[in-house]
Design a protein around this ligand. Structure first.
Ligand SMILES: [Zn+2]
Ligand SMILES: [Zn+2]
Ligand SMILES: [Zn+2]
Ligand SMILES: [Zn+2]
Ligand SMILES: [Zn+2]
Length: 286
């Protein structure tokens, strides 16, 4: 997919080749040994390790890890593709197929960009046994110099059927707790990270005003909230220390569960209705 015009036509904000000073900056930022990044870029002819057509613009690091574990070098479109595949923009999204180097007549583009992404993730996964980026980089350089930039010939005409496949992303199973009435569910710990969302409820000794609630400025005897924050106790604390101290329980649940708890359930602690909102603030009343 060579382009006869400006070789940097796709590079927008710039690539390593256009901005050699970025090589030095990345080298110190990721603690590569001197000359490693230059060597990798030389082996790749300055190209992105996925599409092999756009110029490499950034050092890619594994997402969802605290440290900056370097993988390879990518263009911005392929970086976005990899991040999307790994769930950075939510689960269940189709693999982004956009690339600056994609031309209108690209044959089997979708299959090949997907296979190239798989090839990239497979080969860089092998680097993760090394602890330091300089060691990862040395292993990557050795791999690219022996097997080449495109070992499976994704862009070299190998039949699509022979290309690496991206593993199907795991979609979180429908939680079993849905079958059970909210207050009959097992309570979660304050620190629970097992469930994606939680409903929590508090029972106060006397009418209490909460911060950051749906009844700001009104003193209430109970409070029921929903959160996606982890740990859930963090969200509870945002209403104030009293809410934390008066917490009765945290359960796994959705916003629909939150609403049904507010509207229908009684407080397991004092037995009074959990509905704390003034009548005019309840859904369906106006
Ligand atoms: Zn460029
Ligand atoms: Zn790319
Ligand atoms: Zn590209
Ligand atoms: Zn939980
Ligand atoms: Zn109560």
């Amino acid at each position: 997919m060579a382009n006869d015009r400006d070789p940097h036509w796709a590079c927008l904000k710039g690539c390593f080749e256009q901005h050699p000073e970025r090589i030095a900056r990345s080298t110190s930022r990721y603690r590569f040994a001197k000359g490693q990044l230059e060597e990798l870029l030389r082996l790749l002819d300055g190209r992105c390790m996925v599409c092999l057509s756009c110029h490499a613009m950034i050092v890619d690091t594994a997402t969802r890890t605290a440290e900056r574990k370097q993988r390879g070098v990518l263009c911005l479109w392929c970086k976005d593709r990899v991040a999307g595949y790994e769930g950075s923009y939510g689960d269940g999204r189709p693999l982004a197929s956009m690339c600056r180097c994609k031309t209108g007549d690209a044959v089997e583009w979708g299959e090949r960009i997907s296979a190239a992404t798989a090839q990239y993730l497979n080969r860089t996964a092998l680097l993760q046994i090394h602890r330091e980026n300089a060691d990862r980089m040395a292993a990557l350089i050795a791999d690219v110099s022996t097997r080449g930039a495109d070992p499976h010939q994704v862009w070299g005409g190998a039949p699509v059927a022979d290309l690496p496949q991206l593993p199907v992303r795991e979609v979180a199973p429908e939680p079993a707790y849905r079958e059970v009435e909210p207050l009959a569910r097992p309570r979660c710990s304050n620190e629970c990270r097992e469930h994606p969302e939680h409903v929590y409820f508090a029972c106060f000794q006397e009418p209490t005003e909460l911060r950051d609630s749906d009844v700001d400025g009104i003193a209430v005897r109970h409070y029921v909230g929903w959160t996606r924050q982890h740990p859930p106790i963090q969200r509870v604390g945002q209403h104030g220390a009293t809410c934390r101290e008066s917490l009765v329980g945290i359960i796994p649940g959705t916003t629909a569960d939150e609403e049904s708890v507010k509207a229908k359930e009684s407080c397991p602690k004092c037995g009074k209705p959990l509905e704390y909102r003034p009548r005019k603030m309840r859904p369906g009343k106006s």
